[in-house]
Design a protein around this ligand. Sequence first.
Ligand SMILES: Nc1nc2c(ncn2[C@@H]2O[C@H](COP(=O)(O)OP(=O)(O)OP(=O)(O)O)[C@@H](O)[C@H]2O)c(=O)[nH]1
Ligand SMILES: [Mg+2]
Length: 229
Amino acid sequence: MNNIHSRVVQIDRDITSERKQAAAEFRKTLACRGTLVVNLVSSPGAGKTSLLEATAKFWGKHRRMAVLVGDIATERDAQRLAPFTPVRQLTTGGACHLELELVKQGLASLPAENFQFLFIENIGNLVCPASHDLGEHRRVVLVSTTEGDDKPGKYPKMFRTSQALLVTKIDLLPYVPFSVDAVINDALRIQGQLDVLQVSTLDGRGIEAWCHWLDAQREQLIESVGREQ
Ligand SMILES: Nc1nc2c(ncn2[C@@H]2O[C@H](COP(=O)(O)OP(=O)(O)OP(=O)(O)O)[C@@H](O)[C@H]2O)c(=O)[nH]1
Ligand SMILES: [Mg+2]
């Protein structure tokens, strides 16, 4: 006699919309605290951690920032950033992207301060992180001069879902076959509203403009919270 009973369980839950709602709530909570959340995405090695080091050094004590840095393994990026800013490493143990739950855990383990800027350094990957809303206010995609100017068209979702494009390592332009105009035009064809900046953390070009851009984004956020209240 067969003792195995089968039962169909209907799940009346739309997990996607639950996730969207959780991200929207997180975004709103952080906005009300005056914290601009910036999700940095790129292929591996485009310069995310270097940019955060340069940002923290540029601001010094003039801004309150914190970083949640994602990697598949190791705490190396957090160790690099720790001398300059409060930071927590989010280690995914294999997953190719960060998720909101991990971000929330990381934020809860940071000092209980009202940071003006919370940066999330996502896993180096131009594919998976594009599909995961971390409750950020701005998604910034970095393309370095060493990885080729053809990337936007090949990874369109990442550029479509971003608000700014940062062309990094511009100090290497004399040595690499990379057209800044080509990468910008390719990206703008996908997302015409992208803000575009160019930086080098090696010689410091563009870092001041990047920090001004961040301040302007935060001002916009605070104004939008004020209008809603
Ligand atoms: N020439 C030059 N090298 C840079 C610049 N920014 C970063 N690098 C170098 O590029 C390499 C990768 O930089 P990271 O900041 O670690 O890049 P990342 O995007 O954080 O890398 P992952 O976290 O592994 O995805 C390092 O060797 C940096 O020194 C730059 O502006 N110019
Ligand atoms: Mg890094």
